[in-house]
Every structure is written in structure tokens, then in C-alpha cells.
Design a protein around this ligand. Sequence first.
Ligand code: GDD
Ligand code: MN
Length: 393
Amino acid sequence: MARKRTAATKKKRPAGKSPAVAKESGRHQAAAGAVELSIIVPTFNECENIPVLADRLRLTLPGVAWEMIIVDDDSPDGTADVARALGARDPRIRCLRRVGRRGLSGACLEGMLASNARYAAVIDADLQHDERLLLPMLAKLRADEADIVIGTRYAEGGAADSFSTKRKWISLLATRIANKVLGLKLSDPLSGFFMLRRAAVETFARKLSTQGFKILLDIISTAGKSLRVAELPYQFRSRHRGASKLDTRIALDYAGLVLAKATSDLLSLRFIFFCLVGIVGIGVHFVVLSIGVALIGLSFAWAQTLAIVVAIANNFALNNAITYRDQRLTGVNYLVGLLTFYLISSIGALSNMSVGNWLFGHEQTWWVAGLGGAVMSVVWNYVISSMMVWRSR
Ligand code: GDD
Ligand code: MN
């Protein structure tokens, strides 16, 4: 092993290497030909933008051994084909095409994990981020002044003039919330433009969310104080071509991430939705019960049974459509999921009763006992159904 390393080190200054290769590898390279910087470009419908970005990278990174990894989520506009065509002409460019998945954060994470370089940068494809910042970012990492360098729009020298007034306010508000709730002091925690020591990501890759837009915020808040952060200002430009993908769902994902991180992953947005669906379910239960007893004239036991059956089906449908919309079950899977959900909920109801009775025996306050039982069954239903009905994270 030691001998191998010596050989590799010696290779660093080869006598007869072509000047072009020697220049490309640069003095910071560990081994000849190795890539020092992977530039991860997440794309969804960016076919017109990536050739321009590739051209700009070629100009802006002289003497750096870089590669461009375009992580495309099967864009209907054929971004992956364009990316591959670029790669055919320039071997520093490659495409990682993901099928059946969507998500900026997940795309960035997979890009970084597919890299073998010492440093990785994430930059948007639409040219809103100033690629000329990449070189100063790299300089900071090389000088070991930081583990992660963030491009910021909201520090002196930075700007987000291309934002509409509405978007500027939303962005500033979201920044405030992130800093306050997560105890950060970053000028632009929602930046999608940063560079880091790639090894840092490997350490906690499993803990990062693959949904939504907030990969940087997630990395910083998951890493805690273990990462030294530096910021460099830049001017956020207008989108070159195409349209933004930020929508309400992305905003909700963001709220979920803040909530999860603020409560040390105890509360997730999913859990909140699950509870809200549960509350709607109680309403449904009472509507069916009263219709059964008062309108149809069923006995209480029958009306109650009917109400339970309908309420559980209602909760399943709502959770499938809202809480787990990203893993929505259809067809046979829907039926299997529903039956499993019935089973889980029945055990949940039994545990509700036993915990409630036990608490009432000790506490004698009906609402404390009732609440305890309800909390028990909600947590049970949530945990078990996330394991058995909607399985992936
Ligand atoms: N692979 C993949 N999958 N890429 C995606 C997806 C996705 O689901 N959604 C968006 N992207 C890509 C876009 O193609 C683009 O290259 C980049 O991610 C940013 O998406 P935009 O749609 O241009 O986002 P934006 O300009 O509204 O948001 C920017 O500013 C935010 C803060 O205001 C981004 O830089 C965000 O990261 C940043 O948080
Ligand atoms: Mn954009």
C-alpha cells in the first residue's frame, strides 16, 4: 500500500508528459489524469441551457481538471440526449440519467456520490449562478480555509436583482426562517450554488433528504458544526431559457425540512399531514355514524362499524393522495395497501383502547386517558404504515 502511494506521488511530476496533460492535471492533483473538481448540474428540461453552460465552464476553469456531471431526471425535452452529445465531443462531460424519479436534492446528491473528485460543486443549469465564482470557490477549498463554500446573493457584493419583488420577499423570509429555526448565521442558506470537499457528503449522505430544493440547507444543518463554511458573493442572473420548477410542492418540502431539522427529525411534515388526515377521519366517522343511526336507522353497533370502515378507507385514500403523494399506490397495490392499512389501524385501535384504559386506571382524568390512547394509536399507525404500506422514505 505504502509503495503504491509512493509510485502515485512520483507520477505527479512525470518527465515526459505532454504539456497539455501536465497543465490540465495542475499542481493540486493527487494523480495524473484524476479529476479534481466535479461540477454537478441538476437538470429538468434544460436542453437549451446546458450547451451554453458547458461553453462557459470551458472558459472559466483553465488549468483545472474538472468534469461536468449532468444529472437529468428523464426530461421530456431530451436534455439527456443533448448532454450525451456534449459528452461525445468533450470527455469531461457526462450524463447521469435517472428514470422514474424527480427531485433537485436527490439529483445533486446522486451526482456528488457518482464523483471521484476531491471537490464537488453544484450549479444550476439555467445560468442564474455565476460560473466565474467557481475558481475563487476552489481556491478557498484548496487553501483549506473552508470545507464548503457557498455562493451568496445576500452578502455585500451579491445581488438578486433578477428576482421579482414577490420572489425576493419570499426568498428573504425563507432565509430568515431557516436561520432562526435552525440556528444558522448564513446570508444565503437557500443558495443552490456551492462547492465542498466531496468526502464531507459521503459521511452523511444517508441522512439527506432527496426531495425538494434545499440540498445545501440539509447538508449544513445535518453536518452541524463539523463543516467550516465560507461565503462568496455573486450576482444572481435571470434564467437563460426555459421555466423555473419551483412550485407550491417545493415550498411545502422546504417547510417540512425546516420542521424536521428544528425538531431533530422528530416531527416530519409527513407526520403532520398524517395527523391532519386523522382529524378529518374523525369528522368522517361522526358524519357516517350519525347518518347510520339517525337517517338509516341502524343499530349503534352497526352504524359504528360502518363509520369505522368508511373512516379508515377515507384516511387511506387521503394519505395516499397527500401524505404519500410521492409514493402513491395504484391498482392492485392500492387494494393490498388498503387491506394492510385496515389491519394496522385495527391493531392501532386496540392499542388505543388498552393504553387509554391503563391511563384511566392511573390518572382518572378521562381526557388525559383518551388523548394518551389516541396519540399511541396515531404513532403506531404512522410508524407501521410507513414501514408496511408506503415503504420507501
Ligand atoms: N434533476 C433535476 N430534477 N433537476 C431539477 C429538478 C428535478 O426535479 N427540479 C429542478 N431542477 C434543476 C433545474 O433544471 C435547474 O438546473 C436547477 O435545478 C434549478 O431549478 P430552477 O427551476 O431554475 O430553480 P429556481 O431558479 O427557481 O431556484 C433557484 O434558486 C433557489 C433559491 O432562490 C435554485 O438555485 C434553487 O436551488 C435555490 O434554492
Ligand atoms: Mn433557476
